[in-house]
Design a protein around this ligand. Structure first.
Ligand code: 3PG
Length: 306
């Protein structure tokens, strides 16, 4: 019997776990659950027997790969795979996949929810503003960016996008205007919604020069990764633009300073909440289970990222 371990520090919704287990039961796979672990050492100990892992933002370091002697495949149930060490995986013959698109709607809904929350001054009783008629800039037009545009158009926002990797007509076909440069996007929009991955090209790329281009009363919405922000530069921008707002799904390392000095202009979720819905957990978790079975039974490597 193939051994699968679901190793999720931040657990899937119970309904998702039940559905994932049912998929493996039908395939006659042995699936066990390892949730809410406290340390990386516990994870390293738990992976010993696993031939397949399903993870979320769990850190799959070279030490984890090394400890999992039977491991053949890791599925990141979600989009971003910056938490999985691809070099160590490849070196050990381990296939890594993600489940693109499966949790996108949940993240997109949160991005719009965060915009409303900031436009209404965190519901503090004072008069806020509306999204209707405002310009939204979507930085990277992938699965999440596209859905953010779709939902935002229902709010009556005017939508722009910058994504050098997506053909222009794909964006314009959705009624979204294309910006030729990232600087143009940042300078014309009232809201910028970030959907770039965290990698060697994007880490700390949202820096002073780019943030300076934003309107003085603009709002930056980050449901991507905290690592893409240059945090010292962000602090500087907060000091220089006294109406600038930043809302992020997961706190930056300098969250305490930002909250203390500019509390009304920033908000950070205590845990990454974007994909934390029952629907997203079910979609991503069941897709992960099916991808594992497809890999072992048919050699299917669709969505391999290494
Ligand atoms: C993703 O990359 O899919 C999202 O950031 C969700 O991450 P999570 O599964 O850790 O909530």
């Amino acid at each position: 019997m193939r051994k699968v371990l679901i190793a999720t520090q931040k657990p899937f919704a119970p309904a998702a776990v039940n559905q994932i287990k049912a998929v493996f039961e039908e395939a006659n796979y042995d699936c066990s659950l390892f949730e809410k672990y406290a340390t990386q050492e516990e994870l390293i100990e738990a992976v010993g027997e696993a031939e397949a892992l399903i993870v979320r933002s769990d850190k799959i370091t070279p030490e984890v790969i090394d400890a999992a002697k039977n491991l053949k495949i890791v599925i990141r149930a979600g989009a971003g795979f910056d938490n999985v060490n691809l070099e160590a995986s490849t070196a050990n013959g381990v296939v890594v996949m993600n489940t693109p698109g499966q949790n996108s709607n949940a993240v997109a809904e949160l991005a719009l929810g965060m915009m409303v929350y900031m436009a209404r001054n965190q519901f503090n009783g004072t008069s806020g503003t509306e999204l209707s008629g405002k310009k939204l800039g979507i930085h990277a037009y992938g699965n999440v960016g596209k859905l953010v545009g779709k939902i935002a158009s229902g709010f009556g926002m005017e939508i722009y996008a910058f994504d050098p990797f997506i053909p222009e007509e794909v964006i314009t076909n959705d009624g979204v205007k294309v910006c030729k440069t990232v600087e143009e996007l940042y300078s014309i929009c009232d809201y910028i919604s970030l959907h770039i991955p965290a990698n060697e090209h994007t880490k700390q790329s949202i820096n002073y020069d780019l943030l300076l281009k934003m309107k003085d009363n603009a709002t930056l919405v980050n449901t991507a990764r905290k690592e893409v922000i240059h945090e010292d530069d962000m602090l500087r921008i907060f000091k220089e633009k006294n109406k600038f707002k930043y809302v992020s799904d997961i706190a930056p390392d300098n969250a305490d300073i930002l909250k203390e000095e500019f509390g009304e202009r920033c908000f950070f979720t205590p845990k990454k909440m974007g994909a934390q819905t029952a629907e997203a957990n079910i979609n991503a978790g069941v897709a992960a289970a099916r991808q594992i079975i497809g890999f072992f039974e048919n050699g299917d490597e669709t969505f391999k990222v290494n």
